[in-house]
Ligand binder design. Structure first.
Ligand SMILES: C[S@@+](CC[C@H](N)C(=O)[O-])C[C@H]1O[C@@H](n2cnc3c(N)ncnc32)[C@H](O)[C@@H]1O
Length: 450
């Protein structure tokens, strides 16, 4: 990958001034919501330009998007409408369509984000949707943009043997609740994206280690999700307040799914509350929780029912009867998740991982049981192999990675790791390295963020 000096950062400033630091052909996916020019009270930005200036600005931004995307890369451009004095509307995609065309973008899809909530209108129907335009940069070698539906399949409401066991393609009307102002406790931003929307876009159009960009990053939702999914990210934000809050928000987010899941296990099953533990104590506890482990009792169900084949995309090799058998078998297993079974029991272990996985990615509650089981079993296998490969060095490395990528939650001091906050709200504290394990009294305030 070309070296990018602002990789994995949200940079403060005007996106047009920061864009030149992004190399040509380096970004796999851009997901963004530009200002709509509707006099919104963004802290530090004038959202009321005359139309010609607004279009001029948008054209410059689009031109930079085109330059920085890889051929075949995607631009998800979230848009709404402007209103005039009499509240007649002009759809922004209509107003800007010719700019995309002029620059050579190709429109791949038009996604409707249908939401609930919002202020009721008096003189017409209340607005309940926004549009997300999926534009693609054409390329010589790759005329096709990346799209993988598997990780974003959603659970079907009713069981039917004709359905894909792992859920259905979510379609292009996305019903997702808006983020109520102030509801996530992490930001004062007035227009936060639902994480689910970014998650869907990032999972289906990028691979791990690809770079995701949001030139209007606001509260940092796109960057946060990219980080959690093990993608690189770049964000630009002009408001110093939103910039500061978004960096704090990201400090509570582990990098990559494995680290997120492990972090949840640490919080819930090793620590329980804020406190400090030695690496060695954590290793013992985790070894105790996770081993001995055997998927053997479930191998018949998982393997013989062609789960692997399904995951590899060979859905046609699965007979209808096998689907029903596997579906029923998994349904029988899943109710045990969360029961009081011993953690040494395999179902208990998968349950542990499943709950950690769900907590780390609340968005996945829509997953079908087959998908959840697959993910949980998969994570368990990865954890097992990490443990087997190099117990001591492996765990030390993993714990260090967790602490370094979730600085708002953990603090690392020599051979100890401390949890300084379970809550979503960022607390800026660090730990006196000399204090005893489990003590909470010795926390002292200090800047932790990089
Ligand atoms: C619609 S909001 C984005 C919200 C974001 N998607 C989220 O989830 O929080 C647009 C953001 O762009 C920022 N902004 C406006 N003009 C900008 C510019 N020229 N460069 C960088 N950021 C800008 C505003 O401060 C605002 O936070």
């Amino acid at each position: 990958m070309t070296k990018i000096d602002i990789l994995d950062q949200i940079a403060l400033g005007d996106c047009l001034e920061l864009f030149p630091r992004v190399p040509d052909n380096s970004i796999r996916t851009i997901h963004t919501s530009p200002p709509y020019n509707i006099e919104k009270d963004y802290k530090g930005y004038n959202d009321n330009l005359i139309v010609r200036d607004y279009l001029d600005f948008i054209e410059k931004v689009l031109s930079e998007c085109m330059r920085s995307l890889v051929p075949g890369g995607s631009l998800f451009w979230q848009t709404g409408y402007t209103t005039d004095q009499e509240e007649y509307i002009t759809p922004l995609d209509h107003l800007t369509y010719h700019l995309f065309q002029k620059l050579g973008f190709r429109l791949k899809d038009r996604i409707i984000w249908r939401y609930w909530g919002g202020m009721a209108f008096k003189a017409k129907f209340t607005n309940k949707h926004e549009t997300i335009l999926w534009w693609v940069k054409p390329g010589q070698s790759s005329t096709q943009s990346k799209f993988d539906v598997f990780p974003v399949r959603e659970a079907t409401k009713f069981y039917d043997s004709r359905n894909n066991l792992f859920g259905r393609n979510p379609g292009n009307v996305w019903e997702v609740d808006r983020v109520a102002f102030g509801s996530n406790g992490q930001t004062s931003h007035i227009a936060v994206f639902p994480e689910e929307i970014s998650d869907r876009i990032i999972l289906s159009t990028t691979d791990e280690n690809d770079v995701v960009l949001d030139p209007f990053s606001g509260s940092g939702t796109v960057c946060k999700i990219a980080k959690a999914r093990g993608r690189h990210f770049i964000g630009f934000e002009i408001s110093p307040l939103y910039h500061k809050e978004s960096i704090q928000r990201l400090s509570l987010q582990a990098r990559g799914e494995l680290l997120s899941v492990l972090s949840e296990i640490l919080k819930e099953h090793v620590f329980g509350a804020v406190g400090t533990r030695k690496f060695s104590a954590i290793e013992d506890k985790i070894m105790n929780l996770l081993s001995p482990f055997s998927l053997e009792p479930y191998e018949d169900i998982i393997k013989k029912s062609y789960l692997d084949a399904l995951c590899a995309g060979h859905e046609d090799v699965v007979k209808k009867s096998d689907k029903i058998k596997l579906w029923n078998a998994l349904e029988e297993l899943l109710p045990d998740f969360g029961s009081n079974k011993s953690s040494k029991d395999s179902v208990g272990l998968i349950s542990l991982i499943d709950r950690a996985y769900m907590r780390a990615f609340k968005l996945h509650k829509a997953y079908s049981s087959a998908m959840r089981f697959y993910c949980a079993a998969n994570w368990l296998a990865i954890l097992q192999s990490n443990l087997a490969r190099d117990r001591k060095a492996g765990w030390e490395k993993i714990l260090t990675s967790i602490a370094e990528s979730e600085t708002g939650t953990y603090c690392l001091t020599e051979d100890k790791i401390s949890i300084i906050s379970h809550s979503k709200k960022v607390k800026i504290v660090t730990v006196d390295p000399t204090f005893s394990e489990d003590s909470q009294e010795n926390l002292t305030t200090q800047q932790l963020f990089r």
